[in-house]
Design a protein around this ligand. Structure first.
Ligand SMILES: [Zn+2]
Length: 285
């Protein structure tokens, strides 16, 4: 197998491992007695995660005690169900995560989101690997905004709608570290916001909310670890860019990202899903 683009960063509480997944960076937080997988990754990332855990961490896959599906896109939700099936690693997500793809329109959205992933693959000339995954995750733990990860209570789930309505970030206040997932993307020319932003007005609020957290380092799914002059302005300076003028091609692409029944907060299927999720969350708390 080819070389792994891998590095690690030590903090007083854990060692953070970073390596290239299929189209995104993968992060593991390693503690003496357990490992946290910070995202759901792509389905095709499972072999590289296994390899890093064995070769770099010299640990067993069973030491991973939790994975977090931060939002339903294929590079953040495809690997977690495979890891759960193979190694019994439980999944945590925002309680409404599965409502994003509910019903017929949700299924359309699910298919389009996977095609969009393929577009990234073609554009960046990566080898073809399947990104198809089941649209519903059925997370083992459902959390609301601000709740702490089970077994990893130094990490908090922060609900930041905008990219999708169910996007969440992970915040570690002890290490002042924030996993921003797709909220910020680092390109050679600097930081940009993700595409699509399905709800610009919610993205503005999410950026302002995150700017209030005390943060000295950020982790980007598309950009990696970054700790140079991280300040609230990094987030607030993006607010004027949440609703940019789109090219015709991007307008067409955006049209394909607006199918989720959750976007308009209505529809029988969505109401049903929301009710079910609220009940399962309450019964598990
Ligand atoms: Zn995404």
């Amino acid at each position: 197998m080819h070389n792994i683009n891998y590095q690690y960063f030590d903090t007083p509480s854990f060692r953070l491992h970073q390596f290239n997944g299929y189209i995104e960076q993968v992060f593991l937080a390693e503690y003496p007695d357990k490992i946290l997988l910070l995202d759901g990754c792509c389905k095709s990332d499972v072999p590289i995660i296994e390899r890093v855990v064995h070769e770099k961490l010299k640990r067993e896959m069973s030491d991973i005690r939790l994975s977090v599906v931060t939002h339903p896109h294929p590079d953040h939700a495809g690997g977690a169900p495979v890891l759960r099936k193979k190694y019994h690693i439980p999944i945590v997500s925002y309680y409404l995560n599965d409502c994003w793809y509910v019903g017929f329109k949700g299924s359309l959205q699910h298919a389009f989101d996977i095609y969009m992933g393929w577009y990234v693959v073609i554009k960046t000339s990566l080898h073809y690997k399947s990104m198809w995954h089941k649209k519903l995750i059925h997370a083992d733990f459902l959390l609301d905004d601000g709740e702490f990860l089970p077994g990893f209570e130094d990490w908090q789930l922060i609900h930041t709608p905008g990219h999708t309505n169910v996007d969440c970030l992970l915040y570690n206040s002890r290490e002042k570290m924030l996993y921003v997932v797709d909220m910020l993307i680092k390109l050679n020319r600097g930081f940009v916001l993700p595409f699509p932003i399905t709800r610009p007005e919610l993205m503005e609020k999410s950026l302002a909310k995150v700017a209030k957290l005390e943060v000295t380092s950020i982790l980007m799914a598309h950009g990696g670890y970054y700790n140079k002059n991280v300040s609230p302005e990094l987030f607030t300076s993006m607010i004027p860019h949440v609703d940019p003028k789109l090219t015709v091609l991007l307008k067409i692409f955006k049209w394909f990202t607006m199918f989720s029944p959750m976007l308009k907060n209505k529809g029988k299927k969505f109401a049903e899903c929301r009710g079910n999720m609220e009940r399962s969350m309450k019964s598990s708390h």
